[in-house]
Each structure stands twice: as structure tokens, then as C-alpha cells.
Design a protein around this ligand. Structure first.
Ligand code: HEM
Length: 213
């Protein structure tokens, strides 16, 4: 057990935890996006999808607890690393500019991460922990996106998600040791592609619903 505690306490251990939990989140985002695309199919399709999901019963409850544990681990490890870097080096550490050069995404990781955390809390309050007895999840989502302020909030937050994922993807490969310069361009391109898919994929849904529904 000592090795586990030592790993968690070390910076490398925390980075590994972040890489693993981040990868799991990208998996979740991919599945969540695929499910949300059924919103384009209208009320019947989206509600049917949500019902199928909830029909999984205990499996969904387990998945939610796993997700919560991953989120907690990712946030705590990230916040601890940010705090340690911040207090250890009054003059910014050059290596933090990362081997791929400092980018907007890499420089804003803690801030986009904090924004996503705030977003997820608001998102869950509005769409998950909501009374669905007298309405349907489709009506809840479309009513929310009939408010332009809400649409604007989502679009900005999805840009934060895209930015966070674009560097997170690259960073997780660094942590896992796949940092050979030969693979940099391919990893960067793939990270960019995934971030665009998530950013645009999630971001266009509120716009579509607010304009066409
Ligand atoms: C247009 C964008 C999005 C829409 C329309 C959307 C829609 C929804 C809906 C309707 C639910 C509730 C499902 C239910 O309880 O029946 C949900 C749950 C959830 N969403 Fe989203 N979502 C979006 C983007 C995101 C993003 C970007 C994240 C993460 C960064 C996210 C994280 C979650 C989580 C963690 C849950 C709870 C999952 C569960 O416990 O079942 N969502 N979302």
C-alpha cells in the first residue's frame, strides 16, 4: 500500500493520475456527445435514448460514482500540482512552457479546468438533478436553450472544453512517455482534431436548438 501512497504523493504519480482520469473523461465525452447528437433527431429519439440509459439502472449508478471519483481525483491532483508549481517557483519555470512550446491552451489549463468544473456543477443542477416527473429531459434541455444567455454560456464553456482537451491530450502522451519528437506532430494534430470535435460537437447543439426548436 505504501508504494501507492508514495506514487500519489509524488508529482509524477499525480501527473499519471491526471493522465489516466483525463483519458477516461475523453472517453466519457465521446459517449456523451454521441448520445447528445440524438437531440438532432427530435423529442422522441432523445427521450428514447435517455430512457434506455436510465433503464440500465444499477449500471448507470455505478458509472456515475466512477465518474464522480475520476472527477474528484482529476481536480484534486490538478489543483495540488498547480499549487506546488506556483509556490515552488516564484520565477516561472521555463520547462512548464512544455516541449511543444507555450500555447494558449497550455498556459490556461488551470483556468479552463476551473471553468469546466463550474460548468459541470451548473450543468448537473440543471439537467441531472432536476425533477423529471412532470416533464421530459428533451423539454428541459430545449427550454434551457431557448434562453440566449444560456446558449452563450454553453458556447463559451465548450470553447474552454476544446482548449482544455487540446493540451490535455498532448500532455497525457508526454506523461505516458510517448514524447519522442517524431510523434509530436501526429499527437498534436490528433489532439486538435479531438478538441474541435468536442468543441464544435457540443457547442453547435445549443445553437441548433435555440435557432430551430
Ligand atoms: C451541448 C452540450 C451538452 C448537452 C446538451 C448535455 C446534456 C446532458 C443531459 C440532458 C444530461 C442529463 C442526462 C440524464 O440525467 O438523463 C447530462 C448529464 C451529464 N453531462 Fe452533459 N451535456 C452537454 C455537455 C456536457 C459536457 C461538455 C460535459 C463535461 C465537460 C458534460 C457532463 C455531464 C455529466 C458528468 C453528466 C451526468 C451523467 C450522468 O450521471 O448520467 N456534459 N448532460
Amino acid at each position: 500500500m505504501d508504494w501507492l501512497l508514495d506514487t500519489i504523493k509524488s508529482s509524477v504519480g499525480k501527473k499519471l493520475l491526471m493522465a489516466f482520469t483525463g483519458l477516461c473523461f475523453m472517453g466519457f465525452l465521446g459517449v456523451h456527445l454521441a448520445g447528445n447528437l440524438t437531440l438532432y433527431g427530435g423529442k422522441l429519439l432523445f427521450n428514447a435514448y435517455a430512457e434506455h440509459l436510465h433503464a440500465l439502472g444499477p449500471l448507470i449508478v455505478v458509472a456515475e460514482w466512477v465518474l464522480l471519483t475520476l472527477a474528484f481525483t482529476h481536480v484534486i491532483a490538478g489543483a495540488t500540482l498547480f499549487y506546488q508549481n506556483f509556490t515552488a517557483r516564484p520565477v516561472r519555470y521555463e520547462a512548464s512552457k512544455s516541449a511543444g512550446g507555450k500555447t494558449l491552451a497550455s498556459a490556461t489549463m488551470p483556468y479552463t479546468g476551473a471553468l469546466i468544473l463550474i460548468f459541470v456543477v451548473i450543468h448537473l443542477i440543471n439537467f441531472h438533478f432536476v425533477d423529471k416527473t412532470t416533464t421530459t429531459i428533451y423539454d428541459i434541455v430545449t427550454t434551457a436553450f431557448s434562453n440566449p444567455l444560456y446558449v452563450g454560456f454553453y458556447v463559451v464553456m465548450m470553447a474552454a472544453v476544446g482548449l482544455h482537451v487540446s493540451h490535455g491530450f498532448w500532455s497525457l502522451f508526454q506523461t505516458l512517455g510517448a514524447s519522442h519528437p517524431k510523434y509530436f506532430p501526429a499527437i498534436e494534430k490528433l489532439g486538435l482534431l479531438i478538441s474541435v470535435v468536442f468543441g464544435l460537437g457540443f457547442g453547435l447543439i445549443p445553437i441548433y436548438l435555440s435557432v430551430f426548436i
